[in-house]
Write a protein that binds this ligand. Structure first.
Ligand code: FAD
Length: 429
C-alpha cells in the first residue's frame, strides 16, 4: 500500500525559550516559509534523581506547565500545532514524523552536557537531509560579541567582565516578525502532567504564575505602575514582600521573557521617568546572569565538578544527617532555618537567603557544594543551571573568585532581619 503523502514542515523545538515575543526560533522558522509545527518534551533526564533529590521538583514543574499551556494557546491563534510529550525528546520527534515530513529543524543551542546529548540524539533522528538551524536565544549580548571582546580569553572575575562589557558592547534590539496565520490546524498531542499547585504553598514573596503574559504583567507592574525599580538598590536585600526585587528570574529561566525585552523596557523607563543608581543596578544584576551564561560556554562541564572551574582539589564530604537537617531547617542557625523552610514551602528564596544558606552549607557544615546545588535545582522555581552552579561554585571558592565567600550568618541575620520578622514568619513557635 502506498504511504500517505505527508505535509512538509519546519519543526520548532522549544527548550528554555518558551515565548512568542523576541524569539529567534520563530524568526528563523518563519523565514523558511513552510508549514510550522512546534514541540516541547518533558525529557526524563530532567526528572531523574541526583543525590536523592528529584531534578525538577513540584514548584518549577507547575510553573512550567502553566507556561506551556499559555504557549499552546498563543501558537493556536496562528494555527501552529504544539506537540508536548512526556518522553524522550527524540521519541516525541519520531511521533511527529508519523504525521509530518520535517524539512527544517530550528532550536536553541545549549552548552551544558545533558542538553548537548539530547541535541545529538534529536539530530540523529531527524537525519542528515533535514536542515538544522541553531540559534542563540538566552543572552543579552551575543556569544560572538563576547568572544570578540575578550579575544576568546574569558575573564575570571565578574568585575573584569562587567567593566569591558558595559563600556564596549551594545544590546541588539528586539526581533520584529509576524507569525503567519496557517490555514490548516493539525491536532497535536499535548500530554502534560497534572499540576496541583496548592495555594498554601504560595509564600507571599513569589505568588506569581508561569507564562509569557504573567511575565509582561510583572514587568509592567514593577517598572511602570508601581515604579518600585526606582528604589531597587535600597530594597533588593529585603527578605519579605513581592516588590523588594524584580522577581523576574523564574520567567527568565524558562525563557517566557527574553532578557533583551527586560533591558529594552528598563531603558524605556529610564528615558521616560528616571535613571538612577537603582535602575542601573537592575542592569548590573542582569550582567551577573550574563557572566555565568557565557562562563559555561568556556568552562563547560567543569561548572558542575567538585573542583569547579579552578580545578581545585577539595574533599567531598556527604553526611546524610547533616544534610537532612539543613534541608528541613533544623540547624543551629534560626536565620538559615527560616530561609530553608521558605524554600521548602514555596520554591522561593531571596538572593540574600541563598548566599547565607549556601555559605553555611559549604563553610559551617563543610558539605560538598554540589549537593546543596542539587537541592536548589530541585526546589527553586527559578532554577537555572548557569546561575545556580555558578553562584554555588563562587561561594565554595572554586568558581569565579580565588577566595571562598564565607558569610557571618549572625551578622547577616542582625542586619537583614533586624526585628526578626522574617524568622517569625517561617519558624513555628
Ligand atoms: C547559591 C545561589 C543560587 C542561585 N541560583 C539561582 C538560580 O538557580 N536561578 C537564578 O535565576 N538565579 C539564581 N541565583 C541568583 C539570584 O539569587 C536570583 O537570580 C535572584 O534572587 C532572583 O530574584 P529576582 O529576580 O528578584 O532578582 P533581582 O535582584 O531583581 O535581579 C534581577 C535579575 O538579575 C539576575 N540576577 C540577580 N542576581 C544574580 C546572581 N547572583 N547571579 C545570576 N543572576 C542574578 C536574575 O536574572 C534576576 O532576575 C542564585 C544565587 C545564589 C547565591
Amino acid at each position: 500500500m502506498q504511504e500517505k503523502q505527508k505535509q512538509e514542515c519546519t519543526l520548532i523545538w522549544f527548550r528554555n525559550d518558551l515565548r512568542v515575543r523576541d524569539n529567534k526560533l520563530l524568526k528563523e522558522a518563519i523565514a523558511t516559509k513552510r508549514y510550522l509545527v512546534a514541540f516541547y518534551a518533558f525529557d526524563p533526564v530532567f526528572f531523574k534523581r541526583q543525590y536523592s533529590f528529584e531534578r525538577t521538583g513540584k514548584f518549577r514543574l507547575c510553573f512550567l506547565i502553566e507556561t506551556l499551556k499559555e504557549l499552546k494557546e498563543n501558537l493556536a491563534k496562528y494555527n501552529i500545532p504544539f506537540y508536548v510529550g512526556l518522553k524522550k525528546t527524540e521519541t516525541v520527534v519520531r511521533e511527529i514524523q508519523n504525521d509530518f515530513l520535517i524539512t527544517t529543524l530550528v532550536y536553541q543551542e545549549d552548552e551544558t552536557s545533558d542538553e548537548k546529548d539530547i541535541e545529538k540524539r534529536v539530530r540523529k533522528v531527524v537525519g542528515s537531509k533535514v536542515k538544522k538551524i541553531r540559534v542563540t536565544n538566552q543572552y543579552l549580548y551575543e556569544p560572538h560579541q563576547i568572544d570578540t571582546l575578550f579575544n576568546k580569553k574569558y575573564p575570571l572575575s565578574f568585575s573584569s567582565f562587567r567593566n569591558k562589557v558595559e563600556k564596549k558592547l551594545d544590546v541588539d534590539t528586539e526581533l520584529n516578525y509576524h507569525l503567519p496565520y496557517q490555514d490548516i490546524y493539525s491536532q497535536a498531542f499535548f500530554e502534560i502532567p497534572n499540576c496541583s499547585r496548592a495555594e498554601k504553598f504560595l509564600g507571599n514573596s513569589f505568588p506569581f504564575k508561569g507564562g509569557e503574559k504573567q511575565a509582561s504583567v510583572r514587568l509592567k507592574s514593577y517598572f511602570f505602575e508601581t515604579k518600585k525599580v526606582i528604589d531597587y538598590k535600597k530594597t533588593r536585600n529585603n527578605l519579605l514582600g513581592i516588590n523588594c526585587s524584580t522577581k523576574f528570574s523564574p520567567w527568565l529561566s524558562n525563557g517566557s521573557i527574553s532578557v533583551k525585552t527586560i533591558y529594552k523596557e528598563l531603558k524605556r523607563f529610564e528615558d521616560e521617568y528616571e535613571a538612577n543608581s537603582s535602575t542601573y543596578w537592575v542592569y548590573f544584576e542582569l550582567l551577573w546572569r550574563e557572566f555565568f551564561k557565557h562562563a559555561v560556554r568556556y568552562h563547560k562541564n567543569n561548572f558542575f565538578k567538585l573542583g569547579g572551574i579552578q580545578k581545585k582539589t577539595i574533599l567531598s564530604i556527604h553526611d546524610n544527617k547533616v544534610i537532612k537537617n539543613w534541608v528541613l531547617g533544623n540547624t543551629t542557625s534560626d536565620f538559615v532555618n527560616a530561609n530553608m523552610i521558605e524554600l521548602r514551602k514555596t520554591g522561593w528564596m531571596s538572593n540574600r537567603g541563598r548566599q547565607n544558606v549556601a555559605s553555611y552549607f559549604v563553610h559551617n557544615l563543610q558539605q560538598d557544594w554540589r549537593i546543596g546545588a542539587a537541592y536548589f535545582e530541585s526546589l527553586l522555581v527559578d532554577y537555572d543551571p548557569h546561575s545556580n552552579y555558578g553562584n554555588w561554585m563562587y561561594i565554595a571558592g572554586v568558581g569565579n573568585s580565588s577566595e571562598s565567600k564565607k558569610f557571618d550568618i549572625e551578622w547577616q541575620a542582625n542586619t537583614y532581619d533586624k526585628y526578626g520578622e522574617f524568622r517569625a514568619k517561617w519558624i513555628d513557635k
